[in-house]
Design a protein around this ligand. Structure first.
Ligand code: ADP
Ligand code: MG
Length: 335
């Protein structure tokens, strides 16, 4: 048996038991976007870490050092955002093959520092080592959140309205251009490429959501709407219905899909790495949360469906057809 048989999430489940030997201070261990633990009576500490491996998460020929550094930090900040937190300190570990020019490495740090400065995150340390062939970058981020503002995947309730803080599917379209060597010869294709290479962590949006009455569960969209909403459904022991015609699809993705003959809904549901936030909100405060979000950020909070008690994740097509969505958006290893 290898990882292919149980998948990334099956593996994580397998290794989870026996990990906690001092459970008293732990609020969230393995299984949420970041670990949450108590270091202070009111303040919760958050820690998240993400590994980017050449050939798996990026192709060195197709991404500038700057964009790679920016993205390596962005994906971690996104996990802090999903917990409602403020990011504070970052640690960067890097395994460098002989053929990697110093200028590329310096660009990685330029990209990382640019984003770190924007969100007032210190880079406090890390580790450097050699690698036989692939460039590997690991970033870990520490953050904090007030105890009563901590967001998690496991708090959705039947009847909640599900929202996304932004468009879904753009990043997958950008990846399609890279993998297939298609030149971004128009403004819309350039923006799709940008969505894939320079994801914008929604830290301010996460802080806003954490302070709203009736805000129940949250997660960031790293694996795709199907998989990420699947994590909420599984952790909260609920179900969910998403309406295909409400899924926020950008004009850029629409024109990409028209040109290359794809279904934008497929891209939105199965595409990963958009790094928007998904949240579920009690029905009686959902309208107010959406209106206040729009006033604060000058952009919509998109309602895409509701939490049910069915135990299933269903997609309702405009013609009324109900499809079961599989949770395998970006499930590494599983065939
Ligand atoms: P995300 O996509 O939000 O970064 P992941 O799917 O990578 O989250 O991880 C889900 C959960 O599993 C997190 O709590 C993470 O810390 C934990 N996790 C992932 N891999 C491991 C591992 N090898 N050992 C222990 N915990 C892990
Ligand atoms: Mg996450």
């Amino acid at each position: 048996m290898t990882l292919k048989h149980i998948g990334e999430f099956g593996f994580i489940r397998k290794i989870s038991s026996g990990c906690l030997v001092r459970p008293e201070s732990v609020i969230k261990g393995i299984g949420d976007d970041a670990a949450a633990f108590q270091t202070d009576p009111e303040l919760v500490s958050l820690v998240t870490t993400d590994l980017l491996v050449e050939g798996i998460h990026f192709l060195r020929d197709s991404i500038s050092g700057f964009d790679l550094g920016y993205k390596s930090l962005a994906v971690n900040l996104s996990d802090i955002a999903a917990m409602g937190g403020t990011a504070r300190e970052a640690f960067v570990s890097i395994a460098i093959p002989d053929n990697c020019p110093l200028a590329y490495l310096e660009d990685i740090y330029a990209g990382m520092k640019k984003l770190a400065a924007r969100f007032e995150v210190n880079i406090l340390g890390g580790d450097t080592t050699g690698s036989r062939t692939d460039l590997i970058i690991n970033v870990a981020v520490y953050g904090t959140v007030a105890q009563n503002e901590l967001l998690s995947r496991d708090a959705a309730q039947a009847g909640d309205i599900i929202f996304s803080t932004g468009f879904l599917g753009d990043s997958k379209a950008g990846l399609h251009l890279i993998i297939n060597g298609i030149a971004a010869d128009s403004e819309d294709l350039k923006q799709l490429l940008q969505a894939h290479l320079l994801p914008q962590p929604q830290l301010r949006e996460g802080r806003f959501l954490a302070q709203q009455a009736g805000l129940h569960a949250a997660i960031d969209t790293s694996d795709g709407l199907g998989a990420d909403l699947g994590h909420i459904v599984e952790a909260s022991h609920v179900g969910a219905r998403i309406c295909a015609d409400k899924i926020p699809v950008s004009k850029n993705l629409e024109s990409f899909c028209a040109r290359f003959n794809f279904d934008p809904v497929d891209f939105a549901v199965s595409g990963g790495e958009d790094y928007t936030l998904l949240c579920t909100v009690a029905p009686d405060t959902a309208d107010k949360v959406a209106a206040d979000f729009c006033k604060t950020f000058q952009k919509p909070l998109f309602p895409i469906g509701e939490i049910s008690d069915s135990g299933r994740l269903e997609l309702i097509r405009p013609d009324g057809r109900r499809l079961n969505v599989s949770a395998s958006g970006w499930n590494h290893f599983k065939e």
